[in-house]
Design a binder for this molecule. Sequence first.
Ligand SMILES: Cc1cc2nc3c(=O)[nH]c(=O)nc-3n(C[C@H](O)[C@H](O)[C@H](O)COP(=O)(O)O)c2cc1C
Length: 295
Amino acid sequence: MITLQNDPVNVGGITLNNHLILAAGVLGTTGASIRRMLRGGAGGAVTKSIGPVPAAGHPGPCLIPLDGGLLNAMGLPNPSQEFASELAHLAEEPVIVSIFGGTPDEFQTVASWFADIAAGYELNLSCPHAEGYGAAIGSDPRMVRACTEEVAAFGLPTWVKLTPNVTDIAVIGEAAEAGGATALVAINTVRAMRISTKLRRPVLGNRFGGLSGPMIFPIALRCVYDLYEACSVPIIGCGGISSAADVIEMMMAGASAVQIGSAVYDDIGVFDQIASKLYSDHGCSAAEIVGCAHE
Ligand SMILES: Cc1cc2nc3c(=O)[nH]c(=O)nc-3n(C[C@H](O)[C@H](O)[C@H](O)COP(=O)(O)O)c2cc1C
């Protein structure tokens, strides 16, 4: 298998210790858990998405394991502004604060709380199961551009995380880029559900939710490939990555770095595991393979 040189990498204005980033919402919930993931081999970490008001999230069940993936409808539970104190000791680390809101003004307000401590922002314009938030506004190019403009105005690196639940993800990527995004993250979870035939009702408390894990890897790969054709800013691949081979394939589609979420549930040491296979002293530079499948 192809291996890479293990050098620090700058993606969309943020210097990461390697190409592997903890995805939003998975263990990025406390300062201690973020530090643990960074010490355990993650080259950067995205926090749980933080919104304008504290929220408890959806009623359970919120997370169910499936063959080859996870189905979740957490409903964006978060402590809102209070979360800033969790990050106080991580100001020098590559920690990206994921934020959400229902309007450009709300994105602006939430971003302002973290302007002194975040290495950068990631806009959650893509959660598929929170009414009025995430994908509800992230499928409207004008809204995506307006929210991105408000946050990019802080002058910090601004990543925009996109939903696959649209007809053409490239149109949304172009809107984020026009609004000042320094990188695009693709993808958030895929809208999905399961029904308990015993109970004759949906298994999730929220009825439907978002699918993640290996099942969605081909969908994420196709989205990254489409964005690479249409956009100029770096792309960060996310969705179903659980091995070094997945990372290489995602980079060949056009990703400059990757995020890993569900695989952390199966193995808390997944970052070290992947890094041990992905990197070697005689590895090639990422520039040699990023987007090579387009040639
Ligand atoms: C339990 C859970 C919670 C999540 N919470 C968030 C979140 O708060 N914000 C966000 O942008 N994405 C969230 N996601 C989506 C992940 O960051 C990621 O985009 C998705 O799971 C696909 O990657 P994966 O297949 O590696 O898990 C969550 C995913 C899971 C499974």
